[in-house]
Design a protein around this ligand. Structure first.
Ligand code: ATP
Length: 368
């Protein structure tokens, strides 16, 4: 059913000010029809405000919202082909599950209600619960009722505002996959708001990372993770070691950087001027750790002189904190393959990584 063709959602210079405070700053966003799109960012970055403007629950200070080629900026909420699923479900406690899902259809006196509700309950795998009241269901089941109730109105866009926030971690994980399955089956545009990077990356085809009212970067989860363009994105999506360096030279896409006295190579398509300072970013799981002088089996950058200051065994990996000669502590996550011994606190080590695993960021940005 899914087809990602034109007719998507377009936000242009969308801005929202609250009494002199700009919550959303001139946002430009294109969400293709049929996409599973996530708006990801820390609390207060403007995600919910953006979603509420798309839903028509908040009117923009300036800018436009277009859906399927139609300007809906000033269209009333109930006239927009958009539905929202909230974290608190908002189910009717006195109605059973079937009637909760049927509610909108009955109110609009639509036909074929029984068949449509039955099909929808099948889609969310709640057929056997149809005659129960919301209070008799688990949190995950109630969330699926809320989803069914929104989907039965056949919106063009479904907005999900932290829909899994009230669930425990295990249920959250299974609901993430469940919602993704449902989205694939119905082929509608889903816009999911979350502050949980793992959730956004698990569920969405495209993730927009928001910070202080603007979108810092947008792309496929793997693209954002492998090639963050800002220190904020590098730190918000997983963990990163950010090391200061001075750019010395470039040979095609490989840049040589003086990193505290050691020349290291970074593969990057972005242009940086020679002599410029920058941040070398490297994910902890991309760093290899070995005995000093050991020929680590990754051709690339080798940095001696590290000392292990902390070791945590976390099952699938061992996580090291290594103090480098220039005083910075770098994180190293080594997968536990049982291949070799663990290092201990106090051990002298050498770190290494492949140039293509590192990324280079502008120094003008704060690394914290
Ligand atoms: P959270 O994950 O905590 O909900 P968010 O990213 O969704 O955060 P928003 O709810 O969009 O953030 O809020 C963005 C900013 O706008 C916040 O600083 C918030 O305090 C402010 N804000 C939101 N709604 C209003 C309002 N009605 N009046 C004044 N300020 C508001």
């Amino acid at each position: 059913m899914s087809e990602a063709v034109g007719g998507g959602l377009e936000l242009r210079s969308l801005t929202k000010e609250f009494a002199g405070f700009t919550a959303v700053k001139s946002l430009d966003l294109d969400v293709p029809k049929g996409a599973f799109f996530a708006l990801l960012g820390p609390s207060g970055c403007g995600k919910t405000t953006t979603l509420r403007m798309v839903a028509g629950l908040e009117s923009p200070t300036s800018g436009t919202i277009t859906l399927g080629g139609q300007d809906i900026t000033r269209t009333k909420a109930y006239q927009r082909p958009v539905n929202t699923v909230f974290q608190n479900y908002a189910l009717f406690p006195h109605l059973d599950i079937f009637e909760n899902v049927a509610f909108g259809l009955r109110r609009r006196k639509e036909s074929d209600v029984d068949r449509r509700v039955t099909e929808m309950l099948e889609l969310v795998e709640l057929s056997s619960q149809a005659r129960k009241r919301p209070a008799q269901l688990s949190g995950g089941q109630q969330q699926r009722v809320a989803l069914a109730r929104a989907l039965i109105n056949q919106p063009e866009v479904l907005l999900l505002d932290e829909p899994l926030g009230a669930l425990d971690l295990k249920l959250r994980r299974s609901m993430q996959l469940e919602i993704k399955r449902i989205q694939t089956e119905v082929g509608l545009t889903f816009i999911h708001v979350t502050h949980d990077q793992e959730e956004a990356m698990t569920m969405a085809d495209t993730v927009a990372v928001m910070n202080a009212g603007v979108i810092e970067q947008m792309g496929a989860p793997s693209e954002l993770y492998e090639n963050p363009r800002t220190t904020f994105v590098a730190n918000f999506l997983g963990q990163s070691n950010l090391i200061e360096g001075r750019i010395k030279s470039r040979d095609s896409d490989v840049v040589t950087v003086d990193m505290h006295g050691t020349d290291v190579s970074v593969t990057t398509a972005r242009s940086h001027a020679d002599g410029e300072m920058g941040w070398i970013g490297i994910r902890p799981e991309k760093v290899l750790i070995g005995d000093e002088g050991e020929n680590l089996d990754a051709p690339g950058n080798s940095i001696p002189g590290g000392r292990v200051v902390d070791v945590s065994f976390v099952g699938v990996s061992t996580q090291y904190l290594v103090r480098m000669p220039w005083g910075q502590e770098l994180q190293v996550f080594e997968q536990n393959t049982g291949r070799r011994r663990m290092f201990r606190r106090g051990d002298q080590v050498e770190l290494s990584w492949r140039p293509e695993f590192a990324f280079l960021l502008d120094h003008s940005q704060d690394a914290s």
